[in-house]
Design a protein around this ligand. Structure first.
Ligand code: NAD
Length: 272
């Protein structure tokens, strides 16, 4: 059996950590890159660990060597200054795509975000996966740029690039409040989605939503399902726990896709 090697950037982060065991397969090696060193491989774990930055062309060239597919999660996952966002999320995505192209990696999965369309409203439900950008933050702008770069690398170089507008990928939606019942992508569904993106024959460039099949979902899953994704989770099973003892949410927070990001100060990092 030939070995499939999948490079995951940002692998020490929340999503990367949740995928490390879930994406383990016979015949597959996960190559994990992060600025923060991911935990070393357990004995017998088919994992290669690299410490490096997605903004470092030489490190990314080395990381992409011999790789079949790239899952690009690395970067800022919340709002930062414009300068930081530009460097890490936009230049970093360009560096990752360019390294992948030079190494002959033909499949790339990009972690975009609902915040690329944060100022779209839930009145538009079910929101198509390819709705044009309406970013809510510099972070959202960087995700729109990520999608545009992915489209460019497909059109120019024929690479298969799938950008996923992730809703909220957390272990449970409990700390996300009522909005999480709309936006949750369960870790198991996230792994199912990544697997569908890796396996789909010749997808070209695609933009898809990354959410579970939540009862309150306002996003279209048709585009992800076209690639073979089948959600098996629904945040609604947490509804009672999420709402118990909490005041009703501010309707404005639920009106916009981006929730609280739409009113948070622009360019200011908020670690919560
Ligand atoms: N988790 C979610 O709900 C969600 C929603 C929408 C989009 N996303 C996107 O998915 C990706 C992963 O999200 P997450 O929740 O795991 O975020 P996270 O912040 O937990 O992880 C991001 C990782 O990227 C690493 N990183 C930062 N700068 C880097 C650099 N220059 N080079 C290499 N690595 C770097 C960090 O060290 C961190 O481990 C991010 O791109 C995020 O924007 C996540």
């Amino acid at each position: 059996m030939t070995t499939q090697r999948v490079l995951i950037t940002g692998a020490a982060g929340m999503v990367g950590t949740m995928m490390r065991t879930r994406m383990r397969r016979d015949g597959r090696v996960l190559r994990l890159l992060d600025l923060t060193p991911p935990p070393p491989a357990e004995p017998g774990e088919p994992v290669e660990v690299i410490t490096g930055s997605v903004t470092d062309a030489a490190a990314m060239a080395e990381a992409c060597d011999g790789v079949d597919a790239l899952i690009h999660l690395g970067g800022h996952s919340r709002e930062h200054t414009w300068e930081d966002t530009l460097k890490v999320n936009i230049d970093g995505t360009h560096t990752a795509l360019e390294a992948a192209r030079m190494a002959g990696v033909t499949r790339v999965i990009l972690a975009s975000s609902n915040h690329a369309v944060g100022f779209r409203t839930t009145d538009e439900a079910p929101l198509p996966a390819d709705s044009s950008p309406r970013p809510d933050t510099y972070y959202g702008v960087s995700k729109a740029a990520m999608e545009a770069l992915g489209s460019l690398y497909h059109s120019r170089f024929g690479m298969d690039v799938i950008a996923i507008r992730i809703g909220s990928c957390f272990d449970t939606p409990l700390r996300l409040g009522v909005r999480g019942l709309v936006t949750w992508l369960s870790p198991d569904d996230c792994a199912r989605l990544f697997e569908a993106c890796l396996a789909a024959p010749s997808p070209g460039y695609r933009l898809i939503w990354g959410v579970s099949d939540n009862t309150r979902r306002t996003f279209s899953l048709a585009e992800a399902e076209e690639l073979g994704y089948r959600s098996e989770d629904n945040a609604e099973r947490f509804a009672e726990e999420v709402t118990a003892g909490r005041p009703a949410p501010d309707p404005a927070e639920l009106h916009y896709v981006g929730g609280g990001f739409c009113t948070a100060p622009l360019g200011k990092h908020n670690p919560v």
